[in-house]
Design a protein around this ligand. Sequence first.
Ligand code: PPS
Length: 313
Amino acid sequence: MEKSGKKIADLVDKAEAEASTMRRDELLFSYNGTPYPVTVCSPETFRALESFEARSDDIILAAYPKSGTNWLSQILTDLVTVSQKKTQDRESSANDEELEEFPYLEVGDAEKYERMTKLPSPRVIVTHLRPENLPKSIFKNKVKILLLIRNPKDVATSYYHFSNGLASFPSYETWDDFFTDFMSKRMVWGCYFEYLSKWNKYADEENVMTITYEELKENRVLGVQKIAAFLGISLTEEELQLVVERSSFQAMKKNSQKTHGAFGDIFFRKGDVSDWKNLFSEDQNEKMDKAFEEYVGGTKLGKKLKYEVYCKA
Ligand code: PPS
C-alpha cells in the first residue's frame, strides 16, 4: 500500500531551496489573472495543460488549497491500490520510477503531461484549479471528479499558517494582512469564494461528487464508503479499515517525513475543525459571513458546507 512519496518530498525540498533565495515580490507570477508560486508552477506548464488529454477513467480530486487535498489524495490512492490488487496483472512497459508522478495537475514541468501518458489507469489527478481553468477534455470525457470543500474560516486559518511556514508562499506579518488578501483575488490560486461559486455550477453533474472536510472528520468510515461507491470500488471490511486507519490525522502526520519530507509538519499541522476561532475578529467574522452569503448563500455547495454549524461563533 505504501507509496514512497519521493516526488512530493523532492519537489517541496527543491522549491523551498529556490524560494529561500528570493524576495517576497518575486515569489508569484500571474496566469490569466490568478497568482501562482513560481517555484512550482510556470506559464509553460499552464500552456501545455490546455491540450492535456484526460482519460474517461481518470479520477480527479478538485480542492482549493488547504481544504484537505493531501488527506483525500491518500484516500483515493489507497482505494485505487486496493482495487488494482484485485484486478492485477496490469501490463505496463514503464518502470517504477516512471510510474511515479507528482499528482498535482498544474504543478511541475511542462513535460509532465507526456510522462503521464505512460501511467496506468486509473490515474488519480489532483488540482486546486477552478473548473474554467481545467483542460476541456476532463469535461468532454465525463471524468469522475471528487470535489472536496472545507469551511472558509478554517481554510483561511490553515492557509495563513501554511503561508508563513513555507518559503515558496509570501509570508505575512499579521493575520489581519493575510485576511485582507484572502478575501481578494490576490490569494495564491485565487479567491476561495469565487472558487466555490464557479464549482457550484458543476455540483449537480452526475460525474461530480462533493464531500466536505467536516463530514469526513465526523465520520471517516462513512466518507470512505461513499467515495468508494462513487468510484465503483468494492471493499471488504478489512480493506475499508485499512484505508480508514491509514488516513487518520495522527497516522498521516507520523508518516509525513516519508511522504512530504522535511516540511511534513507544515502540511499536517492541526487537522481540526474550528481553529479559526483563535484568529478571527468580530469584524472579520462579519466580512466573511457577508462574502459567503453573497457568493454561495443558498446554493448547493453553500448548504453542503453547513456554514451555520461550522462558521458561526
Ligand atoms: S495543500 O498544501 O494546499 O494541498 O493543503 P491541503 O492538503 O489541501 O490541506 C491541509 C490541511 O488539511 C489537514 N489534514 C488533515 N486533516 C484531518 N485529517 C487528516 N488525515 C489530514 N491530513 C491533512 C492539514 O492538517 C491542514 O489543515 P490545518 O488546519 O492547517 O491543520
